[in-house]
Each structure stands twice: as structure tokens, then as C-alpha cells.
Ligand binder design. Structure first.
Ligand code: SF4
Length: 363
């Protein structure tokens, strides 16, 4: 029941769908109809703890509370979650004027992809999240929104990590998020993002889902892209575009390309032209966001005049695009920054404490 790479040896209810919870109850000699009640408490009522599931007998609540890890330790610092093994992950809620409420959630603690401008990439990879840990981030926001009479409408898997590098857990999480017994988020309102793991894109295309796909492209030539995203050396642009075409063919869905605009790097008219030629005629949209600067990378965001010139090149090739305002981690280029900030704060606090304790330490 526990995911192999989770350090917790306790099952997590959010890892399981209703049938799996029923199986667990059966092994405990409990009536299986309780599974429906539990699932209703989890997703309909967004219960914050097992104790809140008041229609369950006390003995079952005690057993569930003793045997499983219901929440991510409950410690959330501005939507920074501390997992049972101490890993920190982050998720962000984005509220749009048109009423959309989008949770941007993480799929890994850290990331192995090493994109140079990304705070998470600069931290390295810690571990995959379980499907329950992925789902819980969305449930947390759904609960907060419901308390305000609002509801979570969309989920994007664009927080920390490369979702297709944690394929099985991410896919199981999508199915639970989509399940009418779960949060009931429509497939078309769930977006998978990737930095370009070509085999993963093809596999995802074959799942028969209607989920969206967002590809972090950031450069239109292999030379430029490999400088920013090391994964491009393994899966060059031509292979990536072929996989995207396959996704479009299988799903009929428009694909989004993410583009972090970096001054003097990938915002030149030449890159705009190359991008226009690459994407012309493809069922796609380009989301451009001026770079979120990170401590470990020198690049700066593009200024408005360059952004406008870049967008004009795309228009010339009839490639639709939007320039968005930076909103926390709403594209990959921003992910990991919240965690980085908290770690930095902790380091400063630890240094202060060490300084205070200086004389003791010297002994
Ligand atoms: S941008 Fe995404 S894929 Fe790249 S290092 Fe950051 S989290 Fe990983």
C-alpha cells in the first residue's frame, strides 16, 4: 500500500481509490460500505482529519488514525508542505478573474532535470512523491476554497519536479483527482506538464485521457535549448515535436508550450522566427512569461519592448500566444522558489543561532 520510495511505512488514504480502501477495510474485517463513507469524507466534505469523520464508528476512526498517514503532517507554511520524512514540497493556488481556481502542484521533492534557471533544478532530486502526496496538495486547496464558498476548478502538475519522471504515481493521482468519488476535476481541467520526456509524452498520449499537455520549450534551436535544459541532449527538439504531434493526433487537444523569456538569451527576433517556423500549423499555443530570476542563475527577465517584438514574430507565422504576468510558480521557470526561500530563511536562522552559541561551541 505504501509507495516503495516513500520513507513512511504507513499507507496514505489519498493513495487509494474507493475499491482499494474497500480492500483495506476487508482485510480489517470491517464492512466494505464504509469505503464510500470514507471517500465522501475525504473529497466531498474535505475532512481535515480522521477524527472529523463522525459517521464512522470510533473504533474504526482510531484504527485508521493509528494505521495511516492522513495528512502531510498538517504543516503548511504558505502552501509549503512538510512530508512525513521531512521533505519539503510546494504548491500554489492561482485565482483568475474568470472564476478559475487552479492548483499548481508538485510531483517530486526536488528534480533531476537540472534546468539551469530553475530553483528546483538547482536543488537536485530527493524523491518521487506518492500519488497520495500529489492528490493531497489539491485537496488542501479544495478544502480552503470550499470554506470560502468557492471550489477548485483546475489542477496543473507544474510545481516541483518532472511529472513524467514519476509517471505511475502521477497518472494514478490524475485518475483519483478525476474520479467522481475523488475531487471530480474534469480531465480537460487537468494539465500534465513536461520538460520534454519524449517516451513519457507518447505513453501519456496512449492513456486515452483528455488531459491537457504543457511542454516547457524555452528555446527553438537545439544549441540554445541544450544550454538551458540538459534533457534536450537526450531528446532533441525534432523528436519532441514529433511526440507532441502524436499527442495531438491521439487526443485532439491543443498543446501549450511554455516559454520563460530571458533577456538577450531566448527573446531575440531570431529565436522568435525559429519558434514561429517550428510551430506553424501545429494545434498549439505559446505561453510566454518573463523569467522569474533565481539565485543560482544570472539570467534576467525580458523587457516589454523585446517581448512585444518576439510576439510579433509569432503572429507573423500565425502561432497564437499570450504574455502572462508572473504568478509564483505558474510556469516551470518559477518552481522551487518558495522552498528555496524557506531553506534560505532556515539557514539564516541557523547561522544566527550558531553565532549566539558561538562561545559554547568553541569549548
Ligand atoms: S523546470 Fe521543471 S523539469 Fe526543469 S528542473 Fe525545474 S522542476 Fe525540474
Amino acid at each position: 500500500m505504501t509507495a516503495p520510495d516513500s520513507k513512511s511505512d504507513k499507507p496514505n488514504l489519498y493513495d487509494m481509490n474507493r475499491d482499494e480502501i474497500a480492500t483495506l477495510l476487508k482485510t480489517w474485517g470491517e464492512p466494505v460500505y464504509r469505503a464510500r463513507q470514507i471517500v465522501e469524507w475525504m473529497y466531498k466534505h474535505k475532512a481535515a482529519s480522521i477524527e472529523d469523520m463522525t459517521t464512522l464508528p470510533k473504533s474504526l476512526r482510531e484504527r485508521l488514525a493509528a494505521d495511516e498517514q492522513f495528512s502531510s503532517d498538517g504543516q503548511t507554511i504558505k502552501r509549503l508542505f512538510k512530508l512525513p520524512d521531512g521533505q519539503l514540497i510546494e504548491s500554489v493556488l492561482m485565482e483568475y478573474d474568470d472564476g478559475r481556481r487552479t492548483a499548481c502542484i508538485s510531483t517530486q521533492a526536488g528534480c533531476a532535470m537540472g534546468c539551469v534557471f530553475c530553483a528546483t533544478g538547482q536543488m537536485g532530486f530527493a524523491r518521487n512523491l506518492t500519488s497520495g502526496e500529489i492528490v493531497e496538495q489539491a485537496v488542501q486547496f479544495a478544502r480552503e476554497l470550499e470554506a470560502q464558498g468557492d471550489r477548485l476548478s483546475n489542477v496543473v502538475l507544474m510545481g516541483m519536479g518532472e511529472p513524467l519522471h514519476n509517471y505511475d504515481h502521477t497518472l494514478h493521482a490524475i485518475r483519483i483527482l478525476n474520479d467522481p468519488d475523488g475531487l471530480g476535476i474534469g480531465q480537460r481541467h487537468i494539465t500534465m506538464s513536461t520538460v520534454g520526456l519524449v517516451p513519457g509524452i507518447r505513453r501519456f498520449a496512449d492513456e486515452g485521457l483528455q488531459a491537457g499537455l504543457a511542454v516547457s520549450l524555452h528555446a527553438a534551436t537545439d544549441e540554445e535549448r541544450s544550454k538551458l535544459l540538459p534533457i534536450n541532449q537526450r531528446y532533441p527538439i525534432a523528436d519532441l515535436i514529433e511526440a507532441v504531434k502524436y499527442y495531438i493526433e491521439k487526443t485532439g487537444r491543443r498543446v501549450t508550450f511554455e516559454w520563460a523569456l530571458i533577456r538577450g538569451e531566448n527573446d531575440t527576433p531570431e529565436q522568435g522566427r525559429q519558434l514561429g517556423m517550428l510551430l506553424r500549423g501545429l494545434l498549439c499555443h505559446v505561453n510566454m512569461i518573463p523569467l522569474n530570476p533565481t539565485g543560482g542563475y544570472d539570467g534576467a527577465p525580458s523587457d516589454p519592448a523585446r517581448v512585444a517584438a518576439f510576439q510579433a514574430e509569432l503572429e507573423h507565422y500565425r502561432v497564437s500566444s499570450t504574455v502572462r504576468v508572473r504568478r509564483g510558480i505558474d510556469i516551470q521557470a518559477g518552481c522551487g522558489q518558495l522552498k528555496a526561500a524557506v531553506i534560505a530563511k532556515k539557514a539564516v536562522a541557523a547561522e544566527k543561532t550558531a553565532r549566539r552559541r558561538g562561545p559554547e561551541r568553541a569549548r
